[in-house]
Design a protein around this ligand. Structure first.
Ligand SMILES: [Zn+2]
Length: 401
């Protein structure tokens, strides 16, 4: 309908084209009249006959009009049309205004159908899409992105989301796509409880404090000697703790604490008055006489431990210390005595060869002598003694037990 109206207006405007020509020709006529009037004045002066001149002027005017008629060749148009043409000019102006108005309205309708104000959404300054309603969109973020159905999620982290008001083509608005992008770029943060014995490599991560406490209690009761530092720490991690991972970590820390406890118990067992006997004096030997034994070869109970071994087998210092004797003593044959501190000394008798001198510092495991059968001995063996404050102690309480 609007198009038909525009067509009608344009057609109407075309009809007045001829009248525009007429307006122009009328303007020429006025010029001619002025010229003729001028000429007539001259004639008046010359002839001094007003009437005659007037007739002449009229004739001239008529003549000039006839001339103009011939020149334009449009006698019908100019006849009695001057007033009517002025009226039509106004109509044309009104019609042009109408066209402009309609065009403006149509353009506005077109623009508002195709384009709309919307919010450009950026994530960390990068455009991720457009949404039409900021408030409802923010509500959607809250409900669909920042809220997790997983009860272990402490919160969902999302980087900087910003909005910019713009005029955009309607087909670029896609809220669900923007929501999905935000979902993909969000991070679920899980609150977890770390059970650790001071080393995070062996830590167990669980989802609840109760579960953590249960693990601590169990480990402390099983491995009481090595769980003093066992503690629970609350952490926020980007990864969820799986049941499988919990079981693996529990097995790992269990194994580690078990080994630590066994090591600690071994050290405790081999520690004499605070001195840890780290090394056996002879490895691969065989116990041939125990501490306290009454045997025909001697007239008193056995004060040490005999370890039978082949001639020349290395004899090692059982702990760090200082050699306080390296020489021959009756009954002991070739003998080495080491002071380990804390009033703890060890004796190594019947040696075939002595390898360290009195005053030498030795480390646990250092070879100090060789197995032999010197002194009161019936075969190759090491006579080994431990004394604390000069008193004999049973070596098998600590070694070869
Ligand atoms: Zn002995």
């Amino acid at each position: 309908m609007i198009l038909r109206r525009i067509y009608a207006i344009i057609k109407h405007a075309a009809q007045y084209k001829g009248e525009w020509f007429f307006i122009l020709s009328e303007l020429n006529s006025v010029k001619l009249i002025k010229k003729i009037t001028k000429d007539s004045s001259k004639n008046y002066k010359k002839n001094s006959d007003r009437n005659i001149n007037n007739i002449k002027i009229k004739e001239n005017l008529k003549k000039s009009k006839n001339n103009q008629e011939e020149y334009k060749g449009q006698p019908d148009l100019r006849k009695n049309k001057y007033g009517a043409t002025r009226k039509n000019v106004y109509e044309v102006i009104i019609n042009i205004t109408q066209i402009a108005l309609i065009v403006t309205i149509l353009s506005t309708i077109f623009i508002f159908t195709k384009y709309t104000p919307a919010y450009a959404v950026t994530l960390n300054d990068e455009l991720i899409g457009y949404v039409s309603n900021k408030e409802s969109f923010e509500q959607k973020i809250q409900n669909e992105v920042l809220t997790s159905s997983n009860e272990n999620v402490a919160f969902v982290a999302l980087d900087n989301v910003n909005y910019k008001y713009e005029f955009v083509n309607t087909n670029v608005i896609n809220e669900s796509s923007v929501i999905n992008t935000l979902k993909d770029n969000s991070k679920s943060i899980y609150k977890v409880y770390e059970v650790s014995n001071g080393n995070e490599d062996d830590a167990v991560y669980v989802n609840t404090e109760e579960e953590a406490q249960e693990i601590v209690n169990k480990l402390k009761s099983e491995y009481n000697k090595v769980t003093d530092d066992l503690s629970i720490t609350t952490l926020y991690l980007e990864e969820e703790v799986s049941d499988e991972a919990i079981e693996l970590a529990k097995a790992k820390i269990n194994e580690k604490l078990k080994a630590e406890q066994e090591e600690k118990e071994k050290i405790e067992l081999r520690t004499v008055n605070g001195i840890y006997l780290a090394v056996l004096p002879v490895s691969g030997g065989k116990i041939s006489s125990r501490y306290g034994a009454n045997e025909s070869v001697r007239n008193h109970t056995h004060k040490g431990l005999d370890i039978a071994a082949s001639y020349g087998t290395p004899i090692k210092a059982v702990a760090d210390g200082t050699v306080i004797f390296s020489g021959t003593e009756s009954g002991y044959g070739n003998l080495i005595k080491i002071d380990h501190g804390n009033s703890v000394t060890t004796y190594y008798g019947h040696c075939s060869k002595l390898l360290v001198s009195t005053g030498a510092s030795v480390k646990a495991g250092d070879v100090i002598a060789k197995v032999g059968s010197t002194g009161n001995s019936t075969g190759n063996h090491l006579h080994f003694e431990i004394r604390v404050n000069g008193s004999y102690v049973n070596p098998q309480k600590y070694l070869y037990n």
